[in-house]
Design a protein around this ligand. Structure first.
Ligand SMILES: [Zn+2]
Length: 367
């Protein structure tokens, strides 16, 4: 199958690889932040034997939006750190599922992890397309290109021979069966969208800069133009990402959001650090914005889950068709161990998760 990025001009936002970090605001997890999403864990079919004799590749988790399984052509999922063959970020003995080409990890591990996760998501035989993510509002369209040789277009155009993404941007959309779109995250918000009537899908990577650039809202606008999608036919899921519990930002971030969004005050909360009880249970003390009354300045926390949900609503999606997984990558734990990789939670030394979405090859079968 042959395809290429469309030549359509895309207005970019500044290319910013800037750090996500504006002060370290790690907080303990409060119980009960899990509000949706379906979780599944099982041994990966491709589980392999590692150098030490341990069995790797087992226990890969796929976090899914409830109800999406009814669309048999649709493939999607969010990874956690569970399973896989990486060990560089691991505390325990089990392998982990680092899906990003980080400088610390062996590329062979990443390649194997990607293969394992693609299989778990039901994408065996599908072509994976990723991005060189730059915290922008750029969305790329992946389409079939007739009359071009696949290797020229795909390998030469969208991915290098060793699997590195070529396209820059932070959103992908396609209506081509057999393509699996992926964005990688380690606190930023992954958002997946599907038009269930016209069979088109999109994946977005939304940190605060991408959210500010309205990548989700704009991306859905482009789906409407490109595919004739109607918002009432769309489903969306906001995946695991850093929550308001842990995401402290600078005042300048709040100012930027206030200049862009009328609902900005609803996205920010102030957390006071002075009191050990407050330190321990920050959510109990989050207040609506009430500036200028504290001796010790509050930390400002941003709710990126809600910010992206609001963009989906502004794009006219139906509220009941939007799922917010609601799990914080910085503080969610399972059995005492971090469930996700977190740039904030691990002070920058972290692997990457991935969110994938795609349209299965015909008959819902893998090629
Ligand atoms: Zn948290």
């Amino acid at each position: 199958m042959d395809w290429a990025e469309s030549a359509e001009a895309i207005e970019g936002v500044d290319e910013l690889l800037a750090s996500v970090g504006l002060g370290h605001g790690h907080r303990r997890m409060l119980a009960g932040s899990w509000v949706g999403g379906e979780r599944r864990a099982k041994a990966a079919p491709g589980a392999s034997q590692g150098k030490t004799g341990r069995v790797f590749g087992a226990g890969i988790e796929v976090v899914r939006a409830p109800g999406w399984e009814r669309y048999r052509w649709l493939r999607h999922g969010f990874s956690s750190r569970a399973g896989g063959v990486s060990s560089v970020y691991a505390v325990g003995a089990a392998g982990e599922l680092n899906l990003g080409w980080t400088k610390e990890d062996d590329p062979a591990n990443v390649e194997e992890n990607r293969r394992l996760f693609l299989a778990e998501v039901g994408g065996v035989g599908m072509e994976f397309v990723g991005l060189r993510q730059v915290h922008s509002g750029m969305v790329r369209v992946i389409e079939r290109q007739v009359g071009l040789v696949r290797d020229e277009v795909f390998v030469g155009g969208l991915q290098t021979k060793d699997g590195r993404a070529v396209l820059r941007g932070d959103g992908l959309m396609t209506d081509v069966p057999g393509v699996m779109l992926g964005v990688q995250v380690a606190d930023c918000v992954p958002v997946l969208v599907a038009d269930i009537r016209r069979r088109a899908v999109a994946a977005f990577h939304a940190g605060w800069r991408g959210t500010l650039a309205r990548i989700v809202e704009r991306g859905i606008g482009r789906m409407r133009l490109r595919y004739g999608s109607h918002p009432e036919d769309m489903v969306a899921v906001v995946g695991p990402a850093i929550g308001a519990c842990c995401y402290s930002v600078g005042e300048e971030v709040r100012s930027e959001f206030e200049s862009q969004f009328s609902y900005a005050p609803e996205l920010f909360s102030e957390v006071y650090d002075s009191d050990p009880v407050r330190e321990r249970y920050p959510l109990l003390f989050m207040t609506a914005r009430a500036p200028g009354h504290s001796n010790i300045g509050p930390q400002i926390h941003l709710d990126l889950w809600e910010a992206n949900r609001r963009q989906l609503l502004d794009a006219r999606l139906k509220p009941k068709r939007i799922t917010v997984v609601g799990e914080c990558t910085a503080c969610a734990r399972v059995g005492g161990a971090h469930r996700y990789f977190s740039h904030r939670g691990e002070s920058g030394f972290a692997g990457r998760m991935m969110a994938m979405v795609g349209i299965a090859n015909q008959n819902g079968e893998s090629a």
